[in-house]
Design a protein around this ligand. Structure first.
Ligand code: XMP
Length: 536
């Protein structure tokens, strides 16, 4: 039986991060809404209660019946989780005089408590709360304090219950991973047997059992998720997997050709469909972003279905859905937001069952699995790319010529990002390594490309705008392109990346000199929210 830690989600923005940290400890975990604890599930070895945007005193605050697990298995409350355990047990939680936010140091802690094994004196932690615990319940003792927060951590004297008001899951808590390790490994006795290698072995065996001799269809996009799903299935069922890769004509420069080549080298049975003419014809004269998306979505399903129907005896549709797509995250109104899968379009008469081999993995784990499967690094570290492709990066209507201009400019930008190396240290280096980028730490530094340092980069053709320029003795009246690069962990929020000026100068120069139709380059310095990553 696969051991697991349950993380009960009270709506904090960092809940998924707790999950990723636990997985980094080679331990399987599931994130569930606060009120969905799986009572009776013997594979659960520990429970973590997340933070929350609520105060325990808010009438609409999320509350849980602690008796479902307290006393049965180890419990760790984080931030709101810690305050809720105190509040529910008869302790006191009050509004803090001032919001406790930012870095603090554990000036005192119980060195003998297993939660603080290997902790340094004055270890840095990250606080982020408006309420604070002013009294803990009877039967508990304080186990750590900062200069301003007396009950930075407390624990039960009789039961395996720990609570911390700081956030061990964020990078600014320097020994946060150690604390989670102390809880997950020492206290909950995780066997730490969840790894890319074990995942591949068990999933291949499960896929063989699930699918047997049936035929499976999978839609490839060139992205990491569908590619890893395909290679995993290929290992399990070989030629019974048929992949379909549709070229809508709005991929990056040479991407269809290059990715098809990669897929063939990986031994995949893949049908490449060049449907670009159909897409361009149907998009002609359409400028509205939503209209463009609808047409592309509709055409994509049409082309994909026509190919899928040719595979007569197919029984399964495989998808690269990953865990964050399925987590029911709670928003502040208490409504459950379910993410949508893009399965809707397949004809019912095909009676296909869904197969989602990556449905338990976070993005960085998908990359590790890809490496375990021996896939090439450029396929694994590829930035996310939207389904409608460059169509949502061309403002205004779409023509093959505009796509050509954008592809050429974008190719210079992306190649430049791959070639430019930067040295990173400290938190920045740890963030990049945690995202699964392969780099060796030497003297506290790693060297990575700008491409690997950022989450996603794109070029946008502002084809509805023209501006005057001068080239040689000639006046030009052409379009600008905008370059965008963002850092992010999940695309829900994003910051614009502070790219080096010498890099921007070089790329801008090369684009204006080499790409016919562009005479100006801008850099997008908007974060998300309030902007989005894509322009349309
Ligand atoms: P936004 O623009 O909403 O994008 O900040 C967030 C992330 O989603 C990607 N994206 C898409 N991916 N189909 C996709 O498969 C789409 O229609 C789509 N629109 C945006 C975007 O590239 C970013 O990673």
């Amino acid at each position: 039986m696969q051991q697991k830690i349950i993380i009960l989600d009270f709506g904090s923005q960092t809940t998924q991060l707790i999950g990723r940290r636990v997985r980094e400890l080679d331990t399987f975990c599931e994130i569930l809404p606060y009120n969905k604890f799986p009572v009776g599930d013997k594979s659960v070895i520990g429970v973590i209660l997340s933070g929350s945007p609520f105060s325990v005193h808010d009438p609409e605050a999320f509350k849980v019946d602690l008796s479902q697990f307290v006393g049965h298995i180890p419990v760790l409350g984080i931030c709101y989780g810690a305050q809720f355990i105190s509040y529910a047990g008869g302790g006191k939680v009050e509004k803090a005089d001032s919001r406790e936010y930012g870095r603090a140091n554990l000036c005192e802690f119980d060195v003998d408590n297993p939660l603080f094994k290997s902790f340094d004196r004055n270890s840095q932690v990250w606080m982020s709360h408006g309420d604070t615990i002013t009294a803990i319940p009877e039967g508990f003792k304080c186990i750590a304090s900062t200069a301003n927060v007396k009950y930075a951590a407390y624990a039960s004297l009789t039961q395996p219950v720990w609570a911390v008001q700081f956030h061990p899951e964020v990078f600014h808590t320097t020994q946060g991973t150690q604390l989670l390790k102390n809880f997950v490994v020492d206290i909950c006795h995780s066997k730490q047997d969840w790894s890319a290698a074990s995942f591949v072995d068990t999933t291949v065996a499960e896929l063989k059992a699930q699918v047997g001799e049936d035929r499976v269809i999978l839609g490839l996009s060139g992205g990491v998720d569908s590619s890893v799903a395909a290679v995993l299935l290929n290992r399990a069922i070989g030629k019974n997997l048929t992949c379909i890769f549709v070229d809508h004509g709005m991929l990056r420069k040479n991407e269809f050709r290059d990715v098809m080549h990669d897929y063939e080298c990986l031994g995949l049975n893949v049908i490449g469909v060049d449907a670009s003419e159909k897409f361009f014809a149907d998009l002609a004269g359409v400028s509205d972003p939503e209209q463009k998306r609808k047409i592309i979505g509709r055409d994509f399903i049409e082309v994909f279905n026509a190919e899928a129907k040719k595979i007569k005896d197919a029984k399964w549709l495989a998808q690269g859905t990953i865990y964050p797509d399925r987590i029911e995250s709670l928003n502040i109104t208490g409504k459950v937001i379910k993410s949508h899968h893009n399965v809707g379009g397949l004809p019912k008469e095909m009676h296909l069952s869904l197969c989602e081999p990556l449905k338990w993995l976070f993005k960085d784990e998908v990359r590790r699995v890809g490496r375990q499967l021996g896939m090439p690094e450029h396929l694994i570290t590829r930035h996310p790319f939207p389904g409608p492709g460059l169509a949502v990066r061309i403002l205004g209507d779409i023509t093959p010529e505009k796509v050509r201009i954008l592809q050429d400019a974008d190719d210079i930008y992306i190649r430049g990002l791959r070639e430019y190396k930067v040295k990173l240290s400290g938190e920045e280096a740890r963030r990049v390594l945690a995202a699964g980028v392969p780099a060796n730490m030497k003297d506290g530094e790693i060297e990575v490309s700008l491409y690997d340092q950022i989450w996603q980069a794109c070029t946008i053709l502002l084809s509805t705008v023209r501006s005057v320029g001068v080239m040689g003795d000639e006046r030009t009246y052409e379009h600008p392109v905008a370059l965008r690069a963002v850092t992010s962990t999940d695309a829900m929020t994003a910051d614009w990346a502070h790219l080096p000026y010498d890099f921007m100068a070089k790329v801008s120069n090369e684009i204006i000199n080499k790409v016919r139709g562009v005479n100006r380059v801008c850099y997008d310095i908007s974060s998300k929210p309030p902007s989005t990553i894509e322009w349309e």
